[in-house]
Design a protein around this ligand. Structure first.
Ligand code: SAH
Length: 221
């Protein structure tokens, strides 16, 4: 690994080990998730000036009024998504920095990810390339519509909060498929896991969370 990926001091493997220990204390149990987070250099996904804080348990700004989710939330959402066994096709709405995408690509067969802010998508693509993570397709679009072309998905993860769950996302799940999504208005929402059943959905309220809002339309830039 080159120096940038390997990290040093606050971006080193040792710092990542401490992050993993903390995630365990916080209740994350899925060993595959912990292993992948141990091996993935989170510091390349944050802005240069913030790299020494990349492994702190907090969201960090990534530009355009957006944030990279805190490690605990990434771990928890991934664990919730994978709880019912390994998945093949996963759709992510809100690529952002690409960190959650990078974690997913190492745990499922194929990841489809949608982002509405083009420069963020471009930066995420560069990071994923640098890590040789290739089982991912990206789309610049409003993810509230899902990504019909590759539907249905075994799982969908949404990293921005709508006030109501977009029906298109439910429709693009296989029966038994799960949607992990923060739902609510304003500064506080509830993380939900929604399972598509034969005749509807089953909703589990997991925990209160704070996410940026799911917005409509796309921006070029
Ligand atoms: N998983 C990302 C989270 C980024 S924040 C990370 O850890 O870095 C949420 C992201 O969702 C932002 O990049 C924002 O631009 C994006 N987003 C918001 N509304 C969206 C929409 N309707 N479609 C696609 N992406 C959206």
């Amino acid at each position: 690994m080159n120096q940038r990926l390997e990290g040093i001091g606050m971006t080193s493997r040792r710092t990542r080990e401490r992050m993993i220990a903390r995630l365990r204390e916080q209740g994350i149990k899925n060993q595959a998730v912990l292993d992948v987070m141990q091996e993935t250099p989170r510091h390349i996904f944050v802005e240069e000036a913030l790299t020494t804080r990349a492994y702190d348990d907090m969201p960090l700004p990534i530009g355009f009024n957006q944030t990279i989710s805190q490690p605990y939330i990434v771990a928890r959402m991934t664990e919730l998504l994978l709880a019912k066994g390994p998945l093949e096709k996963v759709l992510e709405i809100g690529t952002g920095s690409g960190y959650q995408t990078a974690i997913l690509t190492q745990l499922v067969k194929m990841v489809y990810t949608v982002e509405r802010i083009y420069p963020l998508q471009r930066r995420a693509r560069r990071c994923l390339r640098e890590l040789h993570l290739r089982n991912v397709r990206m789309k610049h679009s409003d993810g509230g519509w899902g990504w019909e072309d590759y539907a249905p998905y075994d799982g969908i993860i949404v990293t921005a909060a709508p006030s109501e769950v977009p029906q298109a996302l439910i429709d693009q799940l296989v029966p038994g498929g799960v949607l992990v999504i923060p739902v609510g208005d304003g500064r506080s929402q509830t993380l939900q896991r929604i399972t598509r059943t034969e005749n509807g959905t089953q909703v589990e309220n997991i925990t209160p969370v704070v996410f940026v809002p799911l917005l409509t339309g796309v921006t070029e830039g």
